[in-house]
Design a protein around this ligand. Structure first.
Ligand SMILES: [Zn+2]
Length: 325
């Protein structure tokens, strides 16, 4: 009997062989867990549109950081929910602002935890936009001054990596200069370089209380129809001194992750955002899908597309899954 010599199923019969030939593996070392810290005491507010995610006051935040490290996750990304907001987000630059205080408290715990501080104004402005408003829109050059001050203050508090998420032009360069001038030339910048204006962010805006009170973010975040523009954003940020590049969101942008990975030699980080998380949660609460099977498949696809590191709200569940294997 003549039959093709190629039998691709040969490598699929034995589960150990399948594991041996697996091309893409997720590890806890690949994951960054995003967290929200708020003012007050003993607060643990579940975010209604993001079941399983919480706004935590510093005391509970510290306990959660310990839980994170116990599971083997070594990196967190911090967002702050301040008590008061102002016109230009300058409140985020104060050394006693909420994230700075939280970082100082984590540092006292001597946890083996890398602290990445998000840098943006939108959680701190009373209008919810990512910077200072002039004539009804965010003013680029005023905003980046505030961001540079915020970045220096966060590093002074103990942040290991600075992650500007605002999408202003020139902010990476100005932050780099400000950090260097303050003696922080060893602190890396992880730039939200390719951040699309996306409907997938809306649960985050509940979480961080940062919904714009007017208009949208289309004058600073990218149009989701564009991919070549992503190269220009990456070029700009690398020229200004970014050490790592982010693509955000992840799931609907796997082509962008792939292209950016081919294009650049710096680490590529993908942010699997709140809307991606909430869709999985909602479907699994209805028993329409098997939550962790979907989570592993999607997270693997993000890595397979080219992401070196993945920021995900599922990080702790993925760690449990990997640890119990
Ligand atoms: Zn923002």
């Amino acid at each position: 009997m003549s039959f093709p010599k190629t039998r691709l199923r040969r490598l699929r019969y034995n589960p150990i062989i399948r594991e041996l030939v697996k091309e893409t593996k997720i590890s806890v070392d690949d994951l960054i867990y995003p967290m929200f810290v708020c003012t007050g005491e003993n607060i643990r507010n579940e975010i209604s549109s993001m079941p399983g995610q919480y706004q935590l006051s510093i005391d509970n935040f510290i306990n959660e950081c310990k839980n994170v490290t116990r599971k083997g996750i070594k990196s967190i990304l911090i967002f702050g929910i301040p008590e008061n907001k102002d016109e230009s987000g300058k409140i985020a630059c104060q050394d006693n602002s909420i994230v700075q205080r939280a970082i100082k408290e984590i540092r006292k715990q001597n946890l083996n935890l890398l602290i990445i501080a998000d840098v943006c104004n939108c959680e701190y402005t009373n209008h919810g936009h990512c910077g200072t408003i002039i004539d009804g829109d965010v003013d680029n050059d005023l905003t980046i001054q505030t961001l540079a001050n915020q970045a220096v203050s966060l590093v002074k508090a103990g942040a290991d990596i600075i992650a500007p998420s605002d999408m202003m032009d020139g902010r990476v360069g100005l932050i780099r200069t400000a950090l260097d001038n303050s003696g922080f030339e060893r602190t890396p910048i992880l730039s939200y370089a390719v951040k699309y204006s996306s409907a997938f962010y809306s649960p985050f805006r509940d979480a961080a209380d940062s919904t714009p009170s007017f208009g949208d973010r289309k004058t600073y975040q990218m149009d989701f129809a564009n991919s070549r523009e992503a190269f220009r954003e990456v070029e700009q940020d690398l020229n200004e001194g970014a050490d790592m590049i982010m693509v955000k969101p992840a799931l609907s942008y796997l082509d962008i992750i792939y292209k950016i990975k081919e294009y650049t030699n710096v680490p590529v980080i993908a942010y699997s955002v709140s809307g991606e998380y909430s869709m999985i949660k909602a479907a699994s609460q209805n028993n329409w899908i098997k939550e962790m099977d979907i989570v592993m498949e999607i997270t693997t696809s993000i890595k397979r597309a080219g992401a070196d590191i993945i920021i995900t709200y599922h990080a702790l569940d993925i760690a449990d899954r990997l640890n119990n294997k």
